[in-house]
Design a protein around this ligand. Sequence first.
Ligand code: PLP
Length: 285
Amino acid sequence: RTVYVNGEYLPETEAKVSIFDRAFLMADGVYEVTSVLGGKLIDFDGHAKRLDRSLSELDMPSPMGRDELLEIHRELVRLNEIEDGLIYLQVTRGAPGDRDFVFPDPETTEPTVVLFTQSKPGLAESPAAKEGIRIISIEDQRWGRRDIKTVQLLYPSMGKMMAKKAGADDAWMVEDGAVTEGTSNNAYIVKGDTIVTRQLSTDILHGITRAAVLRFAREAQMKVEERPFTIEEAQGADEAFITSASAFVTPVVEIDGVALGGGTPGPLAARLREIYLDESRKAAI
Ligand code: PLP
């Protein structure tokens, strides 16, 4: 596989980053994951904009403009012959000479920019889309700026392991009695013809897929309520689902052992997934 590191396209075995990189030492970096369907990028501009926002919230300069970033994404898709898959992008504050809590001067320390691809044939036809996934709830113990997409992913990773140990697929995190989001996705329930999902704030990541799905839902005359909901309300809902760049819209069929809609994926989630995939493929670049 060919990867991109700081201006160079290299075989993955030759790509190197300093041990003093602040992402390695302090998780001082941000990332994006963009999906590729049919060799094209899904919602590239949404991811590029969120990257700039994450960087600016952390006082990091943007390493390059949108067009150059797009070119690198496309070149990696071409070099690695990606039909369906993901592109991972990471920008860190770079590698000053020493470990120090104080940010290095951006004039003297260059950011580290890394991109690589993951081929995932049939990404849009996963078994999870047909069968749905099972969720457990866990306490949300992450830091308070979840709107910044940092590489500080230890707690979400632990949450995923807690789910696996419990025989489930993923975890929804709960704070002050209400669901924030999934370990790597946004969370939704459906009550009658209304979609309920937590409102945007610093408590959750502002999902690029979330923005697109809510727009398509409203265009299809579905009702959307952006507000907190509890696990109890979710267990009594007609349907539930998650969204992310890699899962698109994926139905949830069980929450803490309680089956939803008889344990099979609901019609609204299925319809939204279809609309999302159709529209996103049409708009892909
Ligand atoms: N919430 C969290 C915590 C995430 O890590 C992710 C994606 O990685 C999402 C939500 C979904 O965001 P997006 O739709 O932009 O992939």
